[in-house]
Design a protein around this ligand. Sequence first.
Ligand code: IPD
Length: 270
Amino acid sequence: ALTPVQFADLAESIAREGAALAARRRAEGVEVADRKSSIVDVVTAADREVEELVRRRIAEARPDDGFHGEESGSGTGTSGYTWVVDPIDGTVNYLYGSDVYGVSIGVVRGEPDPTTWEPVAGIVVQPATGTVFRGAVGAGATRDGVPLRVAAPASLAETLVATGFGYTADRRREQVAVLAGLIGEVRDVRRGGAASLDCCAVGAGTVDAYYERGINPWDMAGGAVVAAEAGATVRIWDAGGTRSFLFAAPAVADGLEALVRRLEREVLGG
Ligand code: IPD
């Protein structure tokens, strides 16, 4: 088997190739190709094309590994390793010409389930800026080769929290209701539009925490390794039948989790 660093090397070269294709396609002009869970949940031809490229490259290099992608579903392997891929995370930003989108690749051992998998390596490339976030378990996290470390907020009141809303109306209302309680207790709230980059932002210390309900394995597989290897605490729990995800600087992780859980109980009952 490869070491985590070797997996990260391979994932990085594949993610860079995917990022170059995503950037090229956007320069040519992007349109909505399809809608998924709701009218706002869009997919472009580039999402599919980048995932096909990434999937092909993984199969060429690691034919026995499993694959779990946002656009093309799952294939189980025999090696015990699974590649969890979001070809374009932040598709709405991609469509609108924003730089805040990423190609995300995570390598895990086990099923593509963040509550049970064992993380190995994660890469998030931001094509518009060329930034490469990288994490290899046991070897730390970097941004463009420079080691990353989470921030150390002194209190909840000084904690900057990133979040996201998902695509269904009910989920959005719940999340906003929880945030209505949260915003009075923390420094401020940010909504960037790409879960993978929100995870990396925790690792880089450009936010102190990232909280969202109902994100998918591919949204966070790559960025979670970056965050954790930079020292972040990762917590996943069930609230009202939907998973809540929290990536946070250790100094505030317990306090933030307790606050968010209390607010979720108020909003969701139970
Ligand atoms: C979405 C983005 C967004 C988050 C959503 C994700 P996509 O991924 O990461 O920030 O709030 O929950 O589904 O659809 O752009 O790949």
